[in-house]
Ligand binder design. Structure first.
Ligand SMILES: *[C@@H]1O[C@H](CO)[C@@H](O)[C@H](O)[C@H]1NC(C)=O
Ligand SMILES: *[C@@H]1O[C@H](CO)[C@@H](O)[C@H](O)[C@H]1NC(C)=O
Length: 330
């Protein structure tokens, strides 16, 4: 199957998925102004939101918790109501190129609810600040500061059965880029109770100056035009060194010395065969592997970028099962 993919530009997807992808692309393209700013008002019409709900839906109750009012840093907490055994904690970062979407976006509320119920786990979905209004490293700071907040304030904000010594970082696309960088910082820090034992990188948003073959062939959702724009919106102008910045080309010439980071957690990388970013994701996997890290690669040959947020795709459920298995193993 992988062989036939080479010539194909798009996979066979249900019409519902294709329609949602087209609407997402049209909305994001229309919101990008020529001067590099984003029309948030316009985006607001397309970012359908789900409010927090103390009444369990599908066995999971949710609430929004503020970690730092001065920068409006908050997270949505997902607590499964049934199990009274201790549960791992997943700190989750949504995708959206560092520019789009929020922790209360409907699609991400649904994804986190599924993780909370299926694993089961306490899920903390971080509403980090967005670019270009807030640029790198604001997003990494927000992610890391939520870990510190949880470590400091566990008894006040998390249920008693939350086990912070089994903490996993997870995210998709830009959220996976963010999870990687937060995992790196966490591995170099000391917490009282919190211990990051795993990283789930779902189709991470990485890149570089080079144009890889899939980037020139595939344009579903993450075309080069869109990703080039997003990277420019993310990195502060005065820090722009091209797309080989260490936040973008993580395994490139400016890469961190990951081999020396002993506590870097076990990692799972998901890659889709119709994702323009796939080559960068495989390089990330190889970089971790060659640096002596415990890392697993899972390939979905027929899937596009962000496939798992579409519950109508059976592969979406498969991914949740694989993450569940990974979490239970660590
Ligand atoms: C813990 O919570 C308190 C009160 O909300 C806050 O002042 C403090 O900064 C928090 N700790 C961290 C590390 O965020
Ligand atoms: C980016 O990183 C890769 C390693 O993943 C490296 O081979 C490449 O030289 C870097 N720079 C460019 C221009 O792609």
């Amino acid at each position: 199957m992988e062989v036939t993919n080479i010539a194909q530009k798009s996979p066979s997807l249900p019409w519902k998925t294709r329609l949602t992808v087209s609407i997402l692309c049209a909305a994001t393209d229309a919101s990008q102004r020529r001067d590099g700013t984003v029309n948030r008002r316009l985006l607001g019409f397309f970012n359908f939101k789900a409010p927090p709900n103390p009444n369990p839906i599908n066995g999971v109750e949710t609430s929004d918790i503020t970690a730092d009012p001065s920068r409006n840093l908050w997270f949505r907490l997902f607590v499964p109501t049934n199990p009274d055994q201790t549960l791992p904690v997943i700190v989750f970062f949504h995708g959206g190129g560092f520019v789009y979407l929020t922790a209360d976006s409907k699609a991400y509320d649904a994804v986190c609810r599924r993780f909370a119920r299926k694993v089961p786990a306490i899920v903390v979905s971080v509403n980090y600040r967005l670019a270009p209004e807030h640029r790198y490293p604001a997003q990494y700071d927000d992610g890391f500061d939520v870990l510190k907040f949880l470590d400091d304030n566990k008894s006040q904000v998390l249920p008693e059965n939350a086990d912070l010594s089994r903490c996993f970082l997870a995210g998709d696309s830009a959220g996976a880029n963010l999870a990687h960088h937060v995992a790196y910082r966490a591995a170099e820090s000391n917490f009282q109770k919190l211990k990051v034992v795993g990283l789930v990188a779902i189709q991470p948003f990485f890149g570089g100056e080079e144009r890889t073959e899939p980037e020139t062939r595939l344009s579903q959702l993450v075309s080069m035009k869109r990703t080039d724009w997003l990277w420019k919106a993310f990195i502060p102008e005065e820090e722009w060194v091209g797309r080989d910045h260490e936040a973008i080309n993580v395994s490139g010439p400016r890469a961190a010395k990951i081999a020396a980071v002993e506590r870097f957690p076990a990692t799972m990388v998901f890659v889709g065969g119709f994702d323009a970013l796939q080559e960068w994701q495989r390089r990330y996997y190889n970089w971790l592997k060659n640096s002596g890290k415990d890392v697993h690669l899972v390939e979905y040959p027929n899937m596009i970028h962000a496939f798992y947020i579409f519950p109508e795709l059976p592969e979406s459920g498969e991914l949740i099962s694989q993450v569940t298995h990974f979490i239970h193993k660590h």
